[in-house]
Design a protein around this ligand. Structure first.
Ligand SMILES: Cc1cc2nc3c(=O)[nH]c(=O)nc-3n(C[C@H](O)[C@H](O)[C@H](O)COP(=O)(O)OP(=O)(O)OC[C@H]3O[C@@H](n4cnc5c(N)ncnc54)[C@H](O)[C@@H]3O)c2cc1C
Length: 250
């Protein structure tokens, strides 16, 4: 059985900015497509394409965050593939509604007989707790396999095999634990990501989603630093990473 001890976060899409030839901006400094897009949108509000304050994109967006003019950040959408996160973690994640879109592995369609599981950070490193956890998830998965077989037999009268499998799997999945691994594609605009990251990288967040959020923050800071540079990652007293943000809910 595969056990995840940390999430896998992969950036799978980011904005490409196509500058209109009739409204060119006097850019300063290097920037990614998403950052240019947000600056362009902000400059349309005041028709300041000439860049009178002679700001780099990073300086311009710093001021946007400071002023709370965060709506221009909504144009830039970043898509992450999250793997190695638990079903309970994804349930917390999808509570973030504004500016987000999700596509999550379906336990009704996908055979979970060989599903992986995610070990909670708080259990890792304690041999006794790990063994107890491993025993429980193994037993649950064995029960799932038996349930699917039994349900396939019970509903043998359903001729369409795909439908029969779905009927079996959607009922059998009820015995799978919260620790079952899911894969989920998450689209979010930069403003929405900031709000989610502020809540979920904080020390009050549950440890697994906090770990996912810190990993997502690292990816986003690399791809679009001007949107996320005011987040500071630090090692908290509980020995897990957390982050604090300079500009609250832009
Ligand atoms: C530490 C922690 C503990 C939690 N514990 C629980 C718990 O015990 N039980 C539980 O059910 N949930 C819990 N949650 C989830 C929490 O209640 C939120 O559902 C989650 O954090 C998403 O936040 P949000 O609604 O601000 O996000 P989004 O839905 O993405 O909204 C972003 C922002 O948009 C605005 N907005 C969105 N929708 C509306 C609306 N309908 N009306 C007005 N403004 C809106 C708000 O300003 C909101 O903050 C917890 C979250 C955290 C971080």
């Amino acid at each position: 059985m595969e056990v995840f001890r940390e999430p896998r976060v992969t950036l799978i899409a980011r904005p490409e900015f196509l500058e209109p030839a009739h409204l060119p901006v006097q850019w300063k400094g290097e920037a990614s497509g998403g950052e240019r897009l947000a600056e362009f949108a902000g400059r349309v509000c005041y028709m300041s394409q000439r860049n009178p304050a002679n700001r780099t994109t990073a300086e311009y967006l710093e001021n946007i965050k400071k002023q709370g003019h965060g709506s221009v950040l909504e144009h830039a959408v970043y898509v992450l593939l999250l793997e190695g996160i638990s079903r309970s973690c994804s349930h917390e994640l999808v509570r973030h509604r504004a500016g987000f879109g999700y596509s999550q592995l379906s336990q009704r369609y996908v055979d979970e007989s060989h599903a992986a599981f995610v070990m909670p950070p708080a259990i890792q490193g304690d041999a006794g707790l790990e063994a107890e956890w491993q025993q429980q998830v193994t037993a649950a998965q064995e029960s799932y396999v038996r349930s699917v077989a039994g349900l396939m037999e019970r509903y043998a009268w359903i001729e369409d095999k795909v439908h029969r499998r779905k009927v079996a799997r959607e009922a059998a999945r009820s015995v799978l634990p919260n620790a079952t691994e899911v894969k989920i594609v998450v689209s979010g605009n930069a403003r929405a990501w900031r709000t989610m990251l502020e809540l979920r990288t904080g020390e009050g967040a549950e440890l697994e989603i906090r770990r996912v959020a810190v990993a997502a923050l690292r990816v986003l800071q690399t791809t679009a630093p001007a949107f996320f540079s005011d987040f500071e990652i630090y090692a908290a007293d509980d020995k897990h990473d957390a982050a604090r943000v300079a500009y609250h809910k832009v």
